[in-house]
Design a protein around this ligand. Structure first.
Ligand code: ADP
Ligand code: MG
Length: 236
């Protein structure tokens, strides 16, 4: 009951948050839950970077987001915080299965995201997993059914989606396409389109990119619904 009240309160704060009036400087200024704030603080994440301040409130409000900001600007937390908060507010448990899917172009980047997630998520109860190839599909499959937040490379995720059993996306709340420009440069356009086409349209999608281009805009049109653009507003 107490948790329900707390979550309702949080939702009200999110609805009332007006980025035009409030420009948050610190994570604690945002309508995010105590376990997440604690995880952030313990990882020494106190102050928001610009892309975090601009995009996190919009993502928390449930919008699809196309965010562009240069490498090193803090895009990882800009999507991980909304992912964790979404599942927290839904009171996600291991029995609810896959709640969020995060796609990253390379194994190294996927592993970095996983590491940040386990650090800032240390006070939440979600399970996280990596599918990046290298390990055998069967080994990954055994663990995959219990994973709430899955991080992976495009090819490997599609491989799991194509399996008859295993990855069940029917409950999916959030899709994150990270480093979308790089995914496209690496030739993953068709793979991304195929992944997106298998997912429920009711999900929320966050698309992050270091640069803006026509191909990123095309991907956004295909994968996002009524989206808000955040970050550098030139080009497109
Ligand atoms: P991007 O994905 O935009 O290239 P990252 O998310 O990888 O950037 O972050 C770049 C670096 O900045 C990382 O070392 C990360 O730990 C650090 N960082 C990100 N956000 C913050 C923050 N709010 N406060 C302090 N350091 C941060
Ligand atoms: Mg990044």
């Amino acid at each position: 009951q107490k948790e329900d009240e707390y979550i309702e309160n949080l939702k009200t704060k999110i609805d009332e948050y007006d980025p035009k009036i409030t420009k948050a400087k610190f994570f604690k200024d945002l309508p995010i839950s105590d376990p997440t704030l604690k995880g952030l603080r313990e990882s020494s994440f106190i102050k928001l970077t610009e892309i975090q301040a601009d995009s996190i409130p919009v993502s928390l409000q449930g919008h699809d987001v196309l965010a562009a900001a240069k490498t090193g600007s803090g895009k990882t937390l800009a999507f991980l915080v909304p992912v964790i908060e979404k599942l927290y507010r839904e009171k996600w448990t291991e029995f609810d299965g896959l709640g969020a899917l995060i796609i990253s172009p390379t194994r190294e980047l996927a592993m970095q995201i996983y590491e940040v997630l386990t650090k800032i998520g240390s006070h939440t109860s979600f399970s996280a997993g990596l599918v990046i190839g290298g390990k055998d599909v069967k080994f990954e499959l055994e663990r995959i059914s219990r994973i709430n937040i899955l991080i992976g490379t495009p090819g490997r995720i599609l491989q799991h989606l194509d399996q008859a059993v295993g990855l069940n996306t029917s409950n999916l709340q959030m899709l994150v396409l990270d480093e979308a420009d790089r995914c496209l440069d690496m030739g993953f356009k068709k793979t991304l389109d195929a992944i997106v086409s298998t997912l429920s349209p009711s999900r929320q999608t966050l698309l992050f990119s270091a640069t803006q281009s026509q191909s990123v805009a095309d991907l956004a049109r295909l994968s996002l619904t009524d989206y808000k653009t955040v970050g550098t507003h030139d080009v497109m």
